[in-house]
Design a protein around this ligand. Structure first.
Ligand code: PLP
Length: 454
């Protein structure tokens, strides 16, 4: 039997708790600092941007955080998400490895992002908030938050990186279908946007700039909060439903991964799958390898510095210690827009420093090559972001083959690429190249990192 095999959990097995890796880490992560005083932030410092329930989740050290029943009700629409064994891909590769993937493209917006968008919208509604502001790169987060907000009657303003706004009109249409307002960033609506445009009227935008715009507006109004789709601890927490389900499904498959892989932009789908496995490594002394796959054009984990930095370009956010390319770094335009961020989740960064995970940087043409091979074997067209995980998984399978080893590989297929077919068109036309970032600009951005004492 060479066909795909699907492992489905019954609905009542949607996790009841999210998993918090902080409880199992041998060393606590560095505190978040106030940009003015450089002292650890208090809950009150964060409350202009986030409601209390999310601030509590940002700092909790409890291992398990209960998932509210109404959130589980919404999850039920697409969760538990399926886990597949990629038998046809294994055959196409002629590998002795077993390849499993957890598929998050079954959500309404087509990616893992609603796993956190729904609880974020839920907690904001509960706290009496009327409106959310946010940024989006490729549009996956904006459309996921727009979907979640539509469930609770919240307004959403999405600041979309201008280069993606122009490249991905259908993502914008999707956000508008759910009722959100979508603004190309940098915009004239904020002081941050106006300052960028004054310096560079042709600015293509970046996630760092779009975050500045969304944060600036949320901070000005009591009934408005900000929502972030990755990077923060509470986002990593919400995404652990991926790994908690996958662990049960791997037991159903009577297999245990030797290596767990996710693509990493801000780190959330990667952490979602990997953190429960890292926790198991720490608690049970297991040695499951954990691999983050990032784009060579924006290599935060492999080339960034582990240092305090701002999350945004206009320096409105608190300082977090993370792998960063520098908040002024402007990644080149490439197709995996969701991976074009200067920073990385502080928890993922901290785990990397502790030696709990590895990272690889992959050029986009090799990722598209892997994505096409995957689509032709498995029938699912990966999002350009997810193609990095597909590449890393195929490389593991080929390595196992070359060494004549058995290896069980589990990766997160974080989303489908149905809104990204222009990228595939460009790939087939031979118009994609392996753009790399400018080393001088990187060094310049790193030299501009904020000076933090101690
Ligand atoms: C946004 C996105 C990513 C990158 O974000 P992470 O927080 O690193 O997961 C990856 N894959 C897809 C499909 C996305 O939409």
């Amino acid at each position: 039997m060479n066909d795909s095999v699907k492992y489905l959990l019954p609905e009542n097995r949607i996790p009841r708790h999210w998993y918090n890796i902080v409880a199992d880490l041998p060393q606590a992560p560095a505190p978040v600092l106030h940009p003015g005083t450089q002292q650890p932030v208090s809950g009150a410092d964060l409350s202009p941007l986030f409601v209390d329930a999310l601030i509590e989740q940002e700092v909790t050290t409890e291992r398990e955080v209960e998932i509210p029943e109404p959130v589980r009700e919404v999850y039920r629409q697409w969760r538990p998400a399926p886990l597949y064994r990629a038998r046809r891909l294994e055959k196409a590769l002629g590998t002795s490895a077993k390849i499993f993937y957890k598929y998050e493209g079954v959500s309404p917006s087509g990616s893992h992002k609603p796993n956190t968008a729904v609880p974020q919208a839920f907690y904001n509604k509960e706290a009496g908030i009327n409106k959310l502001t946010t940024e989006t790169g490729a549009g996956q987060w904006g459309s996921s938050l727009a979907f979640a907000a539509s469930l609770y009657g919240l307004d959403v303003d999405v600041y979309m990186v201008k280069v993606s706004y122009n490249q991905k009109p259908y993502r914008r249409a999707l956000m508008e279908t759910y009722g959100a307002r979508c603004v190309p960033s940098p915009s004239m609506e904020t002081a941050a946007g106006r300052a960028i445009l004054a310096a560079d009227p042709q600015s293509r935008g970046s996630l760092g700039i779009a975050i500045s715009e969304a944060v600036e507006l949320a901070a000005q109004r009591d009934d408005t909060k900000y929502a972030l789709g990755s990077v923060l601890n509470h986002v990593m927490l919400h995404q652990t439903v991926i790994g908690l389900e996958a662990m049960e499904q791997m037991v159903m498959a009577d297999a245990d991964p030797d290596v767990v892989i996710g693509c990493a932009g801000g780190g959330s789908n990667f952490a979602g799958l990997a953190f429960p496995y890292i926790g198991r490594n720490l608690r049970e002394g297991k040695n499951t390898r954990i691999v983050a796959a990032e784009p060579a054009a924006c290599p935060t984990l492999t080339r960034g510095t582990f240092a305090y930095d701002f999350g945004d370009t206009a320096h409105l956010t608190p300082l977090t210690k993370m792998h960063t390319l520098g908040n002024s770094f402007m990644p080149p335009g490439f197709h995996a827009g969701g991976l074009r961020y200067h920073g990385m989740s502080p928890l993922v960064s901290h785990a990397k420093e502790l030696g709990l995970l590895e990272a690889v940087a992959l050029p986009q043409t090799r990722c598209f090559e892997a994505a096409v091979q995957f689509a032709r074997a498995e029938g699912i067209v990966p999002a350009p972001e997810s193609s990095h995980a597909v590449r890393a998984a195929i490389d593991e399978a080929l390595d196992a083959k070359a060494k004549g080893e058995e290896r069980t590989i589990l990766f997160c297929l974080s989303g489908h690429g149905h809104f990204d077919m222009q990228a595939y068109t460009d790939y087939f036309a031979g118009n994609l190249n392996d753009i790399t970032y400018d080393e001088n600009l990187l060094q310049q951005a790193l030299a501009e990192l904020p000076k933090v004492s101690g």
